[in-house]
Write a protein that binds this ligand. Structure first.
Ligand code: HMG
Length: 391
C-alpha cells in the first residue's frame, strides 16, 4: 500500500469591493440626537457603505472577482459560487451576470447560495470539497450583500454594503483550511426578510443571543470533531454585523472554556468592517482580509473563523496561515477602495435608501459608480449590466 500525502486546500486569494458612497455615523448620530460614542464604542462602528443607484450585489461582486481574475487568470476555474441574501432575481443566479461581465469561459458551473450571512462560508466549504476531489481545479467564491433595515430603527446604524471574492485552490497562498469544522443549526426568528420586503425584519436582542448560542454550539461541535484546543488558536475572526458583536460572543466563549478574555486580540480584524458596515455574507471574509493585511504575527499560525447566519446556522472553521502570506498583502488596494468612497449627507443617504428597493419596472439608472461594472437598468423586465471604461 502506498502512503497518500495529504492535500493542502484553502484560500489562495481574497479581494474586496464596496459601494460608491459612505455615510459617517457621526452624521447620523447628530441627526438622530444620539451620543456618537454609542456608535463608535457601543456597537463598534464608524461608518457604512451605501451603493449608488447603478450598483448592487452583482456590480460589487464582479468588481471583487475581477481583481482575483486579473491576478490569477481563469485557468482551472470551473465553478463560480455566489452567496448572497440580497439577491436581485428569484430564479437567475447573480453569478451568471458576473460570469458574463468577466467573460469567463463557457465550461463553468454557476450557482447562488443562501442562508443569511452564513452563505459565503457554505460556498467556501463546497469549494474546498470540489478542489479536494479535483485538485487541478480552482473555485471562485463571491459573497456580496447590501444590508438594509428600515430608517429610524435601532438597526439603522448597522447597515452596510460590500463584497468579497475568494479563490479556493490546492496549495493556497494564504491559508490552508483544516478538515475539522464545528457546525450548529437552530430554527430561530431573530432576523429574516420576507419575499415582499426590501428591508430585513429583526429582533435585535434575540439576534445577539442567537449569535452567541451558535458560536458556543459550533465551538462544542468543533471540539467533538477533534478540533484544536483554545490555546492552540492564535487569532479568531468572526462574522461582524457590528464589531461589538464579535467582542460579546468572544467574551462568552472565553467564559465557556475558562480562558482569560483579551479584547485587543480581535481589534485588527475589525479594521475594514468598521468602515463598510454589515456586509452579511462578505463580513467574515472582509474581517479575514483585514487580519491577513494588517496583523504582522500570523505566519504559520492557526486562526479560527466563525460564520453566523440568522435563522440560524453557525460554523467555526480553522486554518493555518501560510508562512509567506505577507507577500500577498493587499492593504494599499483596500485603503483605496474604502478611501475613494463619496461621503453622503444624511438627507442624501435617506433619499437613496427610499429609492433602493428592487424593481422589475423598466428603468434606466444614472451613471454614478466609479467601479468597473454598473447596473444599467431594467429593460423588458430583465436586468442589464455593463462594463465602465476605467481611467
Ligand atoms: P440598540 O437599541 O442600539 O441597543 O440596538 P442598546 O441601546 O442596547 O445599545 C447598544 C450598546 O451601546 C449597548 O452596549 C449600550 O450600553 C451601548 P452593550 O450593553 O450591548 O455592551 N451604549 C453606549 N456606549 C457608549 N457610549 C454611549 C452609549 N449608549 C449606549 N453613549 C442592536 C443594538 C444590535 C440590537 C441593533 O443595532 C440591531 O437590531 N441591529 C441589527 C441586528 C444585528 O446586527 N444583530 C447581530 C446578531 S445577528 C447577525 O449577526 C446576523 C445578521 O448579520 C444577519 C444575517 O445573518 O443575515 C444581522
Amino acid at each position: 500500500m502506498t502512503t497518500q500525502q495529504s492535500l493542502s486546500v484553502g484560500i489562495h486569494d481574497i479581494a474586496i469591493a464596496t459601494g460608491h458612497h459612505v455615510l459617517e455615523l457621526d452624521d447620523l448620530a447628530e441627526r438622530l440626537g444620539v451620543d456618537p460614542a454609542k456608535y463608535h464604542v457601543g456597537i463598534g462602528q464608524d461608518a457604512f457603505s451605501v451603493p449608488a443607484p447603478d450598483e448592487d450585489i452583482v456590480t460589487m461582486g464582479a468588481a471583487a472577482a475581477k481583481e482575483v481574475i486579473d491576478r490569477h487568470g481563469v485557468e482551472g476555474i470551473r465553478t463560480v459560487l455566489f452567496a448572497t441574501e440580497s439577491g436581485v432575481d428569484q430564479s437567475k443566479a447573480a453569478g451568471v451576470f458576473v460570469h458574463g461581465l468577466l467573460g469567463l469561459p463557457k465550461g463553468v458551473r454557476v450557482v447562488e447560495l443562501k442562508q443569511a450571512c452564513y452563505g459565503g462560508t457554505a460556498a467556501v466549504q463546497l469549494a474546498l470539497g470540489i478542489v479536494a476531489r479535483a485538485p487541478h481545479e480552482r473555485v471562485l467564491v463571491i459573497a456580496a450583500d447590501v444590508a438594509r433595515y428600515d430608517v429610524d430603527t435601532a438597526a439603522e446604524p448597522t447597515q452596510g454594503a460590500g463584497a468579497a471574492a475568494i479563490l479556493v485552490s490546492a496549495d493556497p497562498d494564504l491559508i490552508e483550511i483544516e478538515p475539522a469544522a464545528g457546525v450548529f443549526t437552530a430554527d430561530v426568528d431573530d432576523f429574516w426578510r420576507p419575499n415582499d420586503r426590501s428591508t430585513a425584519l429583526v429582533d435585535g436582542r434575540l439576534s445577539v443571543s442567537a449569535y452567541v448560542d451558535a458560536f458556543i454550539g459550533a465551538w462544542d461541535d468543533l471540539a467533538a470533531q477533534g478540533g484544536p484546543a483554545f490555546g492552540d488558536i492564535a487569532r479568531f475572526v468572526h462574522h461582524q454585523p457590528f464589531t461589538k458583536m464579535a467582542i460579546k460572543a468572544h467574551r462568552k466563549l472565553t467564559q465557556h472554556v475558562g480562558e482569560p478574555f483579551d479584547e485587543s486580540e480581535l481589534a485588527i480584524g475589525f479594521t475594514y468592517n468598521k468602515q463598510t458596515g454589515n456586509t452579511y455574507t462578505a463580513s467574515i471574509w472582509i474581517g479575514l482580509a483585514a487580519l491577513l493585511d494588517l496583523d504582522d504575527d500570523l505566519a504559520g499560525q492557526r486562526i479560527a473563523m466563525f460564520s453566523y447566519g440568522s435563522g440560524s446556522v453557525g460554523e467555526l472553521m480553522t486554518g493555518i496561515v501560510r508562512p509567506d502570506h505577507q507577500q500577498h498583502r493587499r492593504v494599499g488596494r483596500v485603503q483605496e477602495v474604502l478611501g475613494s468612497r463619496v461621503r453622503l449627507t444624511v438627507d442624501e443617504y435617506r433619499a437613496l435608501h427610499a429609492a433602493g428597493a428592487a424593481t422589475s419596472e423598466d428603468v434606466e439608472r444614472p451613471r454614478v459608480t466609479a467601479g468597473p461594472f454598473r447596473f444599467a437598468g431594467v429593460r423588458g423586465g430583465a436586468r442589464h449590466y455593463e462594463a465602465v471604461a476605467q481611467d
